[in-house]
Design a protein around this ligand. Structure first.
Ligand SMILES: [Zn+2]
Length: 419
């Protein structure tokens, strides 16, 4: 049946089928449209390449209030709107709290979500982010849930490395692959987001290429940009892309700043990066507060009164987790940009042409910085980036680690320019 029905040209399924996710979106769309939905799906691919959008489209389709099945998901009914905002019981997302999913969670909140009767939802989509980060105990507990599936439940298990899942789990899932986006996928998506060729602005091509270079095929980066561009018109989208370009330029200029200002620039630069990440977190928290207020207004509830038990706390907890993750993501982005720049410096120093560079659009800055650093210093800085990234993952002191990294760079630049 897969691939028989064309994906809708607009709406939630079109959004879910962007980039590398088209085949997976077709498979899920055909299955739900024919009412032959498997109760467990394994979505194989790197994080952030469309898993969330697939889950939203599927849950909205299965629960849309529109009578005509061909019109689902309409995108505008109560079920569709709340599913898109991820505040409908038809879509529940489980993310690892720390490095791995815990067996207590599988036995607790997962089991409860699967077994609970939810009159508002014909079908419940239960999404497990990084399902391959369940340990064996958690997998065995999960297997029990898979073996006795309530009729209304659809599990979406997301895994980058399905080899880490038990064969007994894999054999119960239908598999769909989500490959990373290619540069052309990002271009096509952004061109459409900016209103298509007919409405193209004079700076659009440069904005898009800067975003393509910044993306470097990273699903995490893509997920952040998709969130920032959700619901944005062409004008707002241009502002978002201009901010992306400015931020990336600031990261690529780090070596130049340290070379011009010396070791004295280290502490202020690290502070600026950390403050920038905190500002992103706060901006997102502000947006979440507005969303919550809009929801309360739409449903006529006020403060803590009128919410079904536990629902507001669950939404707030999820918003808090997303905002915290955004702070970390912003710092990782700075490190990734810096690491990409250092990697390109090595390539330029070795005589590589633009085709061999991660960011061919920055060749002037690369030639400038390649003359300022020894190969050994660049390698040491690359190692420093890796250490700093690990510290961030462990929730270590980000500012101190950044200072150490930048100090190493500044010292080698300083010694070089004094020589
Ligand atoms: Zn609807």
């Amino acid at each position: 049946m897969s691939g028989v029905l064309p994906l809708p040209a607009e709406g939630l399924w079109a959004d879910a089928g962007l980039g590398g996710a088209r085949a997976a979106a077709s498979a899920l769309h055909d299955a739900v449209a024919a009412d032959r939905l498997s109760h467990a799906w394994l979505l194989v691919g790197p994080d952030g390449v469309g898993q969330r959008e697939l889950a939203v489209a599927l849950a909205a389709h299965a629960n849309c209030a529109v009578d005509d099945p061909a019109g689902r998901p309409c995108g505008g009914c109560d079920a569709c709107v709340r599913t898109r905002r991820e505040v409908h019981p038809a879509l529940v997302t489980f993310e690892p709290d720390g490095a791995a999913h815990r067996v207590e969670d599988v036995r607790g909140s997962w089991t409860e979500a699967a077994m609970r009767t939810t009159p508002e939802a014909r079908r419940k989509v239960l999404r497990v982010v990084a399902a391959d980060r369940m340990n064996v105990a958690a997998q065995n507990a999960f297997l029990k849930l898979l073996e006795e599936p309530p009729a209304s439940v659809v599990w979406l298990l997301e895994a980058e490395d399905p080899g880490r899942l038990l064969e007994t789990i894999l054999s119960r899932c239908r598999r769909a692959d989500l490959p990373p986006w290619r540069a052309d996928d990002v271009r096509t998506w952004l061109r459409a987001t900016l209103g298509g060729d007919a409405a193209a602005g004079p700076d659009d091509a440069a904005l898009i290429e800067a975003a393509v270079s910044a993306a470097r095929g990273s699903g995490e980066w893509l997920r952040g940009l998709r969130r920032d561009l959700a619901g944005a018109g062409p004008r707002e989208a241009r502002e978002v892309l201009a901010a992306v370009r400015t931020l990336r330029q600031a990261h690529l200029d780090l070596v130049d700043v340290l070379a011009r200002e010396g070791p004295g620039a280290v502490v202020p630069t690290a502070k600026r990066l950390v403050a920038g990440a905190k500002a992103r977190r706060e901006a997102l928290a502000q947006r979440h507060a507005e969303e919550l207020a809009a929801l309360e207004e739409a449903y006529g509830v006020e403060g803590n009164r009128g919410w079904p038990p536990g629902v507001k706390a669950r939404i707030e907890k999820r918003f808090e987790r997303i905002a915290r993750a955004e702070e970390q993501r912003t710092l990782r982005l700075a490190l990734d940009d810096l690491a990409g720049h250092l990697r390109d410096l090595l390539a330029v120093a070795a005589g590589a042409g633009p085709d061999a560079l991660l960011s061919p659009d920055t060749v002037d800055a690369l030639r400038r910085d390649a003359g300022r650093l020894h190969r050994a210093d660049v390698l040491a800085a690359l190692e420093g980036v890796a250490t700093c990234r690990e510290a961030l993952e462990r929730n270590g002191a980000a500012e101190l680690q950044l200072e150490r990294l930048l100090l190493g760079l500044a010292t080698s630049l300083y010694v070089r320019s004094a020589a």
